[in-house]
Ligand binder design. Structure first.
Ligand code: OGA
Ligand code: NI
Length: 359
């Protein structure tokens, strides 16, 4: 089937419909050896955002809880986050409708050479590398003047307005969380917010078709997010996100209406390693489609990516830097390096300085 020049891999949605045997490019024999925690009661912390911003008596407790979540988990869920239910529900409905369109219609939004935006099956990052059991739609939603409307679906007709609203609301939540994180790190909130002001927000909808041999494939390979802060919504009731903790995979149980938040490589670096960008992956369901919407928030293009000066203190008096400082452009080159796949080669890992912790 001729799907167009830029298609490096077939649509998994179509594959899942038509095939009995899974092509070997998707099969991962090593999965059986990977321990998954059986203890379902172990869950990431839950943060009540309304307590962080209200100046209420319980503010300090909630700030401390957030600090511990960023430090010890790198992942948490947020409730009472201020994003209206209708906005989230509409976004969920519209992405589901988009993915239910015939392949040909979705392909109108296929990526162009040299652009990562659009509707695509999982990339072939390098020859011989396993493929993810997923398709996705990736759109740069912020800043407004960075939008390329070519990749914004026209069907359903409400899609563009829905994404605009969703994206704008998420920007507010991002700033509220960054501001609290800055306070916890002893950094003036304005300084961190300025670095992220006008930064790129990429919204990626992941579509994971069911797979009869679900335990042999992965919807998303283990990775850490290179961005600053990720806000993720699970679209339907099907679970699949797992995070690595103490050598085991833990399945996240999403709370209805909450967002799953994770610290990305950039915040790990800016916090000088105090906060952790945790490895995670997505597994697929044998019978049901799973969808998620991940919004990645980045600093603006003038920002230096490195430990924050307030954390290091004057001349590094408070702390020695554990990471290099590089320009945003240099950072983008690091993260787009096709060899930078998996946690071991993540940007944060590559920017680590040799330190002597014994001193
Ligand atoms: C991602 C991601 C997990 C999920 O898109 O970076 O980690 O649950 N997604 O879909
Ligand atoms: Ni991720």
């Amino acid at each position: 089937m001729e799907l167009g020049v830029s298609l490096a891999a077939p649509s998994v949605q179509e594959l899942a419909r038509s095939l009995k045997d899974i092509p070997t490019r998707y099969v991962r024999p090593e999965l059986e050896l990977d321990p998954v925690s059986k203890d379902e009661s172990v869950q990431v912390p839950v943060i009540d955002v309304s307590k962080l911003v209200g100046g209420r008596d319980d503010e300090e407790d909630e700030l401390a809880k957030l600090h511990a979540a960023c430090r010890d988990w790198g992942f948490f869920q947020v409730i009472n986050h201020g994003v209206a239910d209708e906005v989230i529900l509409k976004m969920k409905a519209d992405v589901q409708e988009f993915f239910s369109l015939p392949l040909q219609e979705k392909m109108e939004y296929a990526p162009l050479p040299d652009d990562i935006q659009g509707y695509a099956p999982s990339h072939v990052v390098s020859e011989g590398r396993k493929l993810d059991w997923s398709d996705f739609l990736y759109i740069v939603a912020q800043p407004r003047d960075g939008r390329n409307m070519r990749f914004w679906p026209r069907v359903p007709s409400s899609f563009r307005e829905t994404l605009n609203q969703y994206s704008t609301e998420l920007e507010k939540l991002k700033s509220a969380l960054l501001s609290s994180m800055a306070r916890n790190l002893g950094v003036e909130p304005e300084k961190l917010l300025t670095l992220f002001e006008g930064g790129r927000q990429g919204v990626r909808t992941n579509y994971y078709p069911p797979c009869k041999q679900a335990n042999k494939v992965l919807g998303s390979s283990p990775h850490s997010d290179a961005a600053g802060l990720t806000l993720l919504t699970q679209v339907n009731e099907v679970k699949g996100l797992q995070i690595k903790r103490n050598g085991k995979w833990i399945s996240i149980d999403p709370i209805q209406g909450a967002f799953i938040v994770n610290v990305g490589d950039i915040i790990e670096i800016m916090s000088n390693g105090e906060y952790k960008s945790i490895e995670h992956r997505a597994v697929v369901n044998p019978e049901k489609v799973r969808l998620s919407i991940a919004a990645f928030h980045n600093p603006n293009s003038n920002a230096m990516i490195g430990p924050l000066p307030d954390i290091l203190g004057k001349d590094g008096k408070k702390q020695a830097p554990k990471y290099k400082s590089i320009s945003y452009q240099e950072f983008m080159m690091l993260r787009e390096d096709p060899k930078a796949d998996g946690k071991e080669k993540s940007p944060a890992h590559q920017m680590k300085l040799q330190t002597n912790d014994a001193q």
